[in-house]
Design a binder for this molecule. Sequence first.
Ligand SMILES: NC(=O)c1ccc[n+]([C@@H]2O[C@H](COP(=O)([O-])OP(=O)(O)OC[C@H]3O[C@@H](n4cnc5c(N)ncnc54)[C@H](O)[C@@H]3O)[C@@H](O)[C@H]2O)c1
Length: 284
Amino acid sequence: MTLITSIGVVGSGQMGSGIAQVSAMSGFDCYLWDNNAAALNRAFESIKAQLQRLVEKEKITSKQAQEASAKLRKASSVQDFKNCQMVVEAIVENVEVKTRLFRELEPVVAPTTILASNTSSISITRLAAGVTRPDKVVGVHFMNPVPVMKLVEMIRGLQTSDETYNQSKAAVERMGKTTVLALDSAGFIVNRILCPMINEAIFLLQEGVKAEDIDAAMKLGTNQPMGPLTLADFVGLDTLLYILRILHAELGEDKYRPCPLLIKYVEAGWYGKKSGRGFYSYNS
Ligand SMILES: NC(=O)c1ccc[n+]([C@@H]2O[C@H](COP(=O)([O-])OP(=O)(O)OC[C@H]3O[C@@H](n4cnc5c(N)ncnc54)[C@H](O)[C@@H]3O)[C@@H](O)[C@H]2O)c1
């Protein structure tokens, strides 16, 4: 099996910048690109600051930080991915846009290059059907924040080859992650279980239970590090609603029906921590 040593990451938002940081810190040659130049610059600033913080906390040495920085390069277009053995996309969660990107990449990269998606909800089989090398398409679902969270869900599409799966799994494990194999169905494993739990917490809030009591109950009663409503604010209520709607539509069961209170909050622009208000306020 050929070992992957060079990775391209497309999309330099929350997830893409984390994947690029972890790749570079794990010794992969990494190109990061975003079609928004400001977002790409922000990601490089943020990665630099994160590495600096890790040095200050004595989690890595300054030599390791320098080595990681040297491994990470800014791509100026998809053409820069021509020598990458694996390209991970972490762009907007839209099937047409992701398919278009894979189609743009196909003629640029080698026929052996793996096209990996960090999608939270889109079928890998469907993404693969849009390209001429469906055996090279695989799902690698990192968790947020990528440098901290240990898990990556691996997803095989109907046509993903054993080689593609094994090579991408080995690459992700070399980033220090633990992998699990999920089905290519909405929500994979984590969101399939987590989102209905958070949704149920929002139903309780709607019925009049206090947010603080719901969170304290789940923290102290089930040993979760943060309560479901706090977690929802961190994930983003818009993202949570999006995933619940996918689960509801694809799996067709009422248990995934988004709570009306969640819909109202999203309509109000209360997206959680990122907008300053969700189930809690973050104005300070
Ligand atoms: N946020 C999470 O908690 C989370 C967790 C796991 C997986 N994901 C998945 O990761 C992906 C990215 O999510 P995110 O939270 O990082 O989003 P984000 O909005 O923070 O970042 C997306 C980036 O992609 C860029 N982009 C959009 N279209 C592009 C294109 N055609 N070409 C190049 N760049 C493009 C945007 O400019 C933006 O910088 C999504 O598929 C999402 O479902 C998100």
